[in-house]
Design a protein around this ligand. Structure first.
Ligand code: MN
Length: 368
């Protein structure tokens, strides 16, 4: 069994520069989606992909992680340049080991690796994105994630810090399997069903890669779109392999000839999105309990009278309970059992329930 692969990329219909980069060979393929201003985004993605282009000989799964870590280090150091500050990139890469028929995948960020086998498309990698985090926490459904306004906020990227955590996956492959690597410009525009349909069409990987990009453009093309298609084929399938090598060669030239353009945007957009994503996660973590605490009611004493408060006893963070209403029942008039119940300050979710609790406190007969 051997690997034949090809890439395809397009700036899309909206963006004015393509900050995605890709490479592929008969062993390895990679897709990077850059972020952080025109110069920075292109530069970071180019550096990540170049690290794979430069990798020769000894290619192994541990080496794959080392390549990603080396790319991270280089991008992080290059980001010292004020013109490139804040740049970063996603990476997804796949390595074929013919000796054991295994494809190893690595990823950082929200570019994806898929396996297409027997007509079924499976996502292998796990996105490092805000919406994926929210889905794992059960806060939104996978369907909601697909159209979530913050779906392009990544929680991990190359070049952001001196160290990076790299996720690894491995797949035992058989002839006929197709591996798809893609930037979010593909799967945000094309449904999984349609991706599966396009991958099911027999053809060389270059044709399939181009078809996938075309589908993303038809779907709206709101982002740069980049794919790598890796086909596992039987050794004797030479005609197909040579046709693909031609297509791939021309693409590699394009990738290497790319030159960073002058920066136009002052602030690195995706860095800001990462920051906003973190703020949003903190906001959801804190906002939920605050919301709950502001929509709670409890009964307590206010200057000797039974009173209804909005909030939680003691408050939550900077939210303090507020006095809603003081009844005309004196705490000292309550019988022992009612005073005991009042001292526990039970919390209710509606004011009516709290009022009901207050109404049911018994006044002792003494002096009545
Ligand atoms: Mn993108």
């Amino acid at each position: 069994m051997k690997l034949i692969s090809a890439t395809s990329t397009h700036v899309g219909r909206v963006r004015d520069s393509n900050q995605d980069r890709a490479m592929s060979s008969d062993r390895v393929a990679a897709v990077a989606d850059g972020m952080g201003g025109h110069a920075g985004g292109e530069q970071a993605a180019l550096m990540a992909v170049a690290e794979f282009n430069g990798a020769r000989g000894d290619l192994s799964p541990p080496r794959l992680v080392e390549i990603v870590e080396a790319a991270n280090q280089r991008i992080f150091e290059a980001a010292d340049d004020p013109k490139l500050r804040g740049m970063g990139t996603t990476i997804v890469a796949a390595l074929f080991d013919p000796s054991v028929s295994v494809v190893s995948l690595v990823n950082v960020g929200d570019s994806r690796g898929y396996l297409f086998r027997d007509g079924i498309l499976r996502q292998i990698t796990v996105d490092h994105s805000l919406v994926d985090e929210l889905v794992r926490q059960g806060r939104i459904t996978p369907a909601e994630a697909e159209t979530h306004p913050q779906r392009n906020v990544v929680t991990r990227a190359l070049g952001i810090g001196p160290q990076v955590e790299v996720d690894t996956f491995s797949v035992d492959v058989v002839a006929g399997d197709r591996i798809l690597l893609a930037s979010d410009g593909l799967f945000n525009e094309v449904s999984s069903e349609e991706l599966g349909e396009l991958l099911a069409v027999a053809g060389d990987p270059k044709q399939t890669a181009d078809d996938l990009v075309e589908a993303a453009l038809k779907g709206g093309g709101r982002d740069n779109v980049t794919v790598a298609v890796l086909d596992l084929v039987d050794e004797d399938d030479d005609a197909q392999a040579s046709a693909v090598l031609d297509a791939k060669g021309s693409h590699s030239d394009n990738v290497l000839a790319e030159v960073a353009r002058p920066r136009k945007r002052r602030f690195p957009l995706r860095s800001i999105l990462i920051f906003c994503g973190l703020l949003l996660m903190i906001g959801i973590g804190v906002g939920g309990p605050i919301y709950t605490s502001r929509n709670s009611y409890y009964v307590d004493a206010d200057e000797g009278f039974v009173a209804i408060y909005r909030g939680r006893p003691g408050g939550f963070l900077w939210t303090r309970p507020s006095l809603e209403r003081t009844t005309d029942v004196r705490v000292e008039e309550l019988d022992g059992a009612s005073r005991e119940r009042l001292s526990q300050r039970p919390v209710w979710s509606t004011e009516a329930e709290a009022q009901g609790f207050a109404d049911n406190l018994s006044v002792s007969d003494v002096g009545g």
